[in-house]
Ligand binder design. Structure first.
Ligand code: SDX
Length: 427
């Protein structure tokens, strides 16, 4: 293994240590660089910068590998549940039966919202985006449920309180936005079945729990549960590094996820496919627009900072399309457009040269649509899934002796020194 790297700057040779991870990833440790040379590194978007050591999620972007605590995503999607995967991410171990039972009991016990939190919904603008409501509600939890940072058992309850209530908040936001009566969580239902029931049960047509849809929702949230140092997780780590309470830290993660380049892409994909369908654009026209650097059109759901091959989650999500659509007896024209787009893009030199493949968002919107989830809630669904990942990353960050408050440097490119000009002399 290479033990160190040599850097020659201004005629001075600097030896920098090399760090190697458990899967052979290597990094040059530059923590002494500025002190030794006065230089900093420059890496907008952090494409070449490691911000931490982490034992939570491993990704290999070239081989399309994704593992949570060492377990391949394919095995978790097939055998696990979202509650069990959340336990795995946060604690580092798969739960025993007793631990899983206790987790499920807490998730149920914590599912109701504080009655006073409902005032948020009554006073929010009726057409507010659910991500804005969710970010505000999670931040407000700090005022309703002060966490006791120094008691591990209390913090474990805080994690489960967050995971439980985010689901109730999402379903309640949907019910109130549609003018329907709010459906409360049921103690006899598991996490995912409870969410579907809170979303779709109503006084006219009682909702019938469908095991295939419950399984599909478990898989959907397992696939979204963590993804190492993505944009929203980095936001959680940066905000958390200032010792902010966990509720406000998670609220920052929700806000970061909202953007169409990140978690908002699933909604953007469906909007794109819907536009193509409505305007009768051909696949050829779409591919040409996506390749045209003068055209703002992007093939949403394609490309990834890390994956330079097919996103392993997209493969599983694509299979889920067939399961959910056939279960719901839906023939979705947007799925056909998505499949034609994928086929055309994967055989086009532009996409091949730039290693642009479908990511998790390309097919996830089709699955959510088939489940009956409204489009403006797609990113909320992503947030519910990602919450255990944000919690596990925050927990690792605050416990890491190497971590300090995040405070990057910059290269200043503004005016050199100049004097103040009194307003009467400004012309
Ligand atoms: C998620 O980080 C994570 O792990 C995120 C995530 C998670 O689980 O947390 O996986 C979830 O956010 C998935 C990504 C969802 N976003 C989208 O699907 C939006 C569409 N994709 C692009 O905006 C883009 O691919 C990103 C944002 C995903 C990645 O952007 P990068 O790594 O900064 O790459 P880039 O924008 O510099 O693109 C490199 C080249 C550019 O062309 P050139 O300037 O070199 O000529 O590829 C082109 C881009 O124009 N390109 C695309 C494209 N994506 C990149 N061209 C057409 N369509 C696209 N979708």
């Amino acid at each position: 293994m290479t033990e160190h790297a040599k850097l020659i700057i201004d005629g001075k040779e600097l030896t920098l240590p090399v760090i190697e991870g458990s899967q052979g990833e290597k990094a040059v440790d530059i923590r002494s660089l500025r002190q030794e040379t006065g230089y900093i590194t420059f890496d907008p978007g952090f494409g070449n910068t490691g911000t931490c050591r982490s034992s939570i999620t491993y990704m290999d972007g070239e081989k399309g590998i994704l593992r949570y605590r060492g377990i391949p995503i394919e095995q978790l999607a097939e055998h696990s549940t979202f509650a069990e995967t959340a336990f795995l991410l946060i604690t580092g171990q798969l739960p025993t039966q007793d631990e899983l039972t206790r987790t499920s009991v807490y998730l149920n016990d914590f599912s109701p919202l504080h009655e006073n939190m409902k005032a948020f919904y009554q006073n929010y603008p009726p057409q507010a985006h659910p991500m804005g409501i969710l970010s505000a509600m999670i931040n407000a939890m700090r005022s309703f449920y002060p966490e006791l940072m120094d008691l591990e058992e209390e913090m474990n309850k805080t994690y489960l309180r967050l995971i439980s209530k985010i689901r109730t908040m999402a379903a309640m936001a949907y019910k109130i936005s549609t003018g329907q009566k709010v459906v409360y969580p049921r103690p006899d239902l598991c996490y995912c079945a409870n969410f579907l029931n809170m979303m779709f049960d109503n006084v006219v047509v009682p909702y019938r729990i469908d095991d295939d849809l419950v399984k599909a929702l478990n898989v959907f949230w397992i696939l979204h549960a963590d993804h190492e140092q993505n944009c929203s997780t980095t936001a959680v780590r940066v905000v958390g590094s200032g010792k902010v309470n966990i509720y406000s830290t998670i609220s920052a993660g929700i806000s970061a996820l909202w953007g169409p380049l990140h978690g908002g892409a699933n909604q953007a994909v469906i909007n794109m496919l819907g536009k193509i369908h409505k305007e009768g654009l051909t696949v050829k026209e779409c591919i040409a627009k996506a390749k045209d650097s003068n055209d703002p059109f992007r093939l949403m759901g394609f490309g990834h900072r890390v994956y330079k091959t097919y996103d392993p989650r997209a493969k599983i999500m694509k299979k889920m399309c067939d399961v959910v659509l056939s279960k719901m007896r839906i023939n979705d024209p947007l799925l056909n457009i998505a499949q034609e787009l994928e086929e055309a893009a994967l055989s086009d030199s532009y996409f091949k040269e730039k290693n642009l493949y479908p990511n998790v968002d390309f097919y996830s919107g089709i699955v959510l649509r088939a489940m009956g989830i409204p489009t403006n809630m797609f990113t909320v669904m992503f947030a519910i899934g990602r919450l255990p990942g944000w919690i596990s990353q925050w927990k690792e960050d605050v416990a890491d002796p190497e971590m300090k408050i995040s405070r990057p440097r910059q290269i200043y490119s503004g005016s050199t020194k100049k004097d103040y000009i009194p307003i009467e002399d400004r012309g």
